[in-house]
Ligand binder design. Structure first.
Ligand SMILES: Nc1ncnc2c1ncn2[C@@H]1O[C@H](COP(=O)(O)OP(=O)(O)OP(=O)(O)O)[C@@H](O)[C@H]1O
Ligand SMILES: [Mg+2]
Length: 347
């Protein structure tokens, strides 16, 4: 596979104001912020499936929201197909190069066309579908919103292809039904179809199977994998579950407290994790390769508060091999192999 980056994230930061309730509880100054994403950089190649894994609160959803222009980054750049989309959410769009000479109207058009090219699949198929809309209405809606000027038969062809590519075939068997007439797995297929109908090139699938019954999770992941083949789509799959990530992703980025601590080919990261945090996650995950099962590493303590990121290496308070140096020095990335890197002073 030729590796053309469709997405490049450069030193992304996203901070949120601390709510009053939170301040009272921890008695901190109101100037403090939640460091949700704290210096994240990675690229995603065209047609690749990247897993973004980490415990709850590590910043996975925030990365996805910023990539799709649903939030404005505090700092950093996001380049989608060479265009700087960091301020999508504000309606502005900068060129990745030095100014593209576009007027306001063409810039708006450019934003809309780029927005179509990147879509999100949310976690909960029960919440993301309106129970009063038929499957047809749900899947055709993005086409209406984007006002693509399609004729009725073109719309029908798009909805049919989206539903059938998602395993809901024949499409007309499903489109007059309502969500509560479908199973959980079928509903999640409808959610995916609603994202696909705009024919996006990038899909951010945010915990798309965590609300589903274990028995149907693999079906939905196989579906995502098949979309890459059928539509050459690029996917960012966010999850806290290493086992499902190991099942179908090409590369894996492991996040801890807003930072990617290890990034590499999924097989390599699961087989030979190098960051102590990844090693701990892998040691307790039901990932394949039982012969090489390591001793279980149970991490001590809780994930620290993202208002107060620990000094030096942010993982040091919980790290089983931390030394004094780790309290002082923020570790740079160490290259392990051509595509594999980890941020730890002890490598
Ligand atoms: N809108 C917001 N306002 C304030 N804090 C936020 C907001 N969104 C996220 N956060 C905080 O930012 C941090 C990262 O949150 P995020 O939802 O990105 O994590 P996540 O890795 O997706 O977690 P999960 O696995 O629970 O979905 C958390 O501490 C969260 O409480
Ligand atoms: Mg999340």
């Amino acid at each position: 596979m030729e590796k053309i980056p469709i997405l490049r994230i450069e030193d992304l930061y996203k901070q949120f104001p601390v709510t009053r309730k939170f301040i009272d509880r921890i008695k901190r100054s109101p100037k403090q912020v939640v460091h949700a994403v704290d210096g994240v950089s990675f690229t995603v190649a065209q047609g690749e499936i990247l897993a973004l894994v980490g415990e709850s609160g590590s910043g996975k959803t925030t990365v996805g929201m910023n990539v799709l222009g649903l939030q404005v980054p505090t700092k950093g750049r996001i380049l989608f197909d060479g265009h700087d989309v960091s301020d999508w959410a504000t309606g502005r769009l900068r060129s990745g190069k030095n100014g593209d000479g576009l007027g306001r109207l063409s810039r708006r058009k450019q934003i809309l066309s780029l927005r179509r090219r990147a879509q999100m699949v949310f976690q909960d198929p029960y919440e993301s579908l309106n129970p009063r809309q038929t499957i047809w209405e749900i899947v055709v809606e993005p086409l209406e919103i984007h006002n693509l000027g399609l004729r009725a038969n073109e719309k029908e062809a798009r909805v049919r292809a989206a539903l059938e590519d998602c395993g809901l075939a024949p499409a007309d068997h499903f489109w007059s039904r309502y969500p509560d007439e479908l199973s959980g797995g079928q509903r999640q297929r409808v959610v995916v179809a609603g994202a696909l109908v705009l024919e996006p090139e990038l899909l951010v699938a945010d915990e798309p199977v965590s609300m589903l019954d274990v028995s149907i999770r693999a079906d939905i992941l196989t579906l995502l994998q098949s979309l890459r083949k059928a539509r050459d789509i690029t996917i960012i799959y966010t999850t806290h579950d290493l086992a499902t990530a190991g099942y179908f992703t090409d590369r894996m980025a492991v996040m801890y407290l807003g930072r990617v601590v290890e990034l590499g080919p999924t097989v390599e990261v699961l087989k030979e994790p190098r960051h102590p945090y990844t090693q701990a996650l892998v040691s307790v995950a039901p990932v394949p390769n039982p012969r090489k099962r390591r001793q279980r590493v149970i991490l001590q303590g809780e994930v620290p508060n993202p208002i107060d990121i620990p000094s030096g290496c942010r993982f040091h308070p919980r790290c089983p091999i931390a030394t004094d140096e780790c309290k002082k020095t923020d570790p740079p990335y160490v290259e392990i192999s051509a595509e594999h890197e980890a941020a730890c002073l002890k490598i």
